[in-house]
Write a protein of this length. Structure first.
Length: 284
C-alpha cells in the first residue's frame, strides 16, 4: 500500500436510518462491515415522525445475527459484544436529519457512513435535498451508498458476502490511489478468490505505473480506456462486468450527493446497479 496515504481502516461506522424496508439492505452492509472490522456501529434513527416506542428493538440486531448463524436464538446483548463489535443506538435530536447527522458527526467523527439511497429521487426521503453538501464537503466522510433496489454484496438472509468484481474509475484529480487502497482492503477482508478489479480510464489518463496495484494470487487487474462522458463509461462498464461494488475518489467540488450540480459521483450513483463507496478528496 502506498506509504504516502494512510491505510484504509474502519474502527467506527455510522448508519443513519429511518427503519424503512428500503433501509434494510444498507443495515445488513453496515452490520457485516462492523463484524468484519470489529468496529463500533452507531445506528441513528432519523425519522421524527416515528414514535420512540420500541426504538431499542429496531433494527433487529440480535435476530439478524441469529439468522446469520452467529448467535443463538435466545442471546443477550453481552453475546453481541463477544463477537467483537459494539452497538450504539441514538435518536436524532434535531428536527431534521441533516442537522442531526452533522451534529453527531461533529461530536463523534466516524470512519465510514453507510447510507440507503432511492435512485429515482437520488436519495432516501429523509436526506432528500440538503444533506449532500454539509456531509460530503464539511464532514468529508467516506460513504458507502447502497441503492434500495439492489441486493448489494451482503446477503440480508445469511450475512454472506459476494465481492468478486469491483470497478474503479481512475483519474488524475482527485488521485485514485486511495480508492485502490480501499478496494484492496475490503476484498482482503470480505472476498474469496478469484477477484477481478477493473480500472476505468475516462478522460485524461493518469500514469498507471505510478499506481500501486496489489498483486495477489487470484486477483486480476483489467483496464478500460474510454472517450467522452465518463459517467456513461463507468455505468456501461459496471453493467457489462456485472460488478458488485464501485469504488471512486471524489473531489471537493464533486460532492457526493450534489443533486443540483449533477456531479460525476451523484450521476454514477443514480445509474449504478450496485453499491458505491465514495472517498472525499480531503481524505486523500
Amino acid at each position: 500500500m502506498n506509504a504516502l496515504h494512510p491505510p484504509f481502516t474502519i474502527h467506527r461506522i455510522f448508519h443513519p436510518t429511518d427503519f424503512s424496508q428500503d433501509s434494510q439492505v444498507a443495515f445488513a452492509h453496515a452490520l457485516k462491515l462492523a463484524l468484519v472490522f470489529r468496529a463500533e456501529l452507531t445506528i441513528m434513527h432519523v425519522d421524527p415522525a416515528v414514535s420512540p416506542e420500541g426504538f431499542e428493538d429496531f433494527p433487529r440486531i440480535r435476530p439478524t445475527l441469529a439468522q446469520w448463524g452467529l448467535l443463538p436464538e435466545s442471546s443477550s446483548k453481552g453475546d453481541v459484544t463477544k463477537l467483537g463489535i459494539r452497538i450504539r443506538k441514538v435518536r436524532a435530536l434535531a428536527s431534521d436529519a441533516k442537522q442531526a447527522i452533522i451534529h453527531h458527526l461533529t461530536a463523534s467523527p466516524t470512519d465510514l457512513m453507510v447510507l440507503a439511497t432511492h435512485q429515482h429521487e437520488g436519495f432516501a426521503r429523509w436526506v432528500h435535498h440538503a444533506l449532500a453538501e454539509p456531509v460530503s464537503r464539511e464532514m468529508q466522510v467516506k460513504t458507502l451508498f447502497v441503492p434500495s433496489h439492489v441486493e448489494g454484496f451482503v446477503s440480508r438472509e445469511t450475512g454472506q458476502t459476494s465481492l468478486q468484481r469491483l470497478l474503479l474509475p481512475i483519474s488524475i484529480q482527485p488521485p485514485s490511489q486511495p480508492a485502490i487502497d480501499a478496494a484492496s482492503a475490503l476484498i482482503s477482508e470480505l472476498s474469496a478468490p478469484p477477484v477481478t478489479l477493473t480500472l476505468v480510464h475516462a478522460g485524461k489518463e493518469p500514469d498507471v505505473n505510478a499506481l500501486e496495484l496489489p498483486q495477489k494470487a487470484d486477483w486480476s487487474w483489467n483496464q478500460l480506456f474510454g472517450k467522452g462522458d465518463p459517467v456513461e463509461w463507468i455505468l456501461a462498464a459496471g453493467a457489462e462486468f456485472d460488478v458488485d461494488l464501485i469504488v471512486m475518489a471524489t473531489k471537493a467540488q464533486d460532492s457526493l450527493l450534489d443533486m443540483l450540480r449533477g456531479s460525476t459521483t451523484e450521476r454514477v450513483l443514480r445509474g449504478a446497479r450496485c453499491p458505491l463507496l465514495a472517498i472525499p478528496a480531503k481524505l486523500i
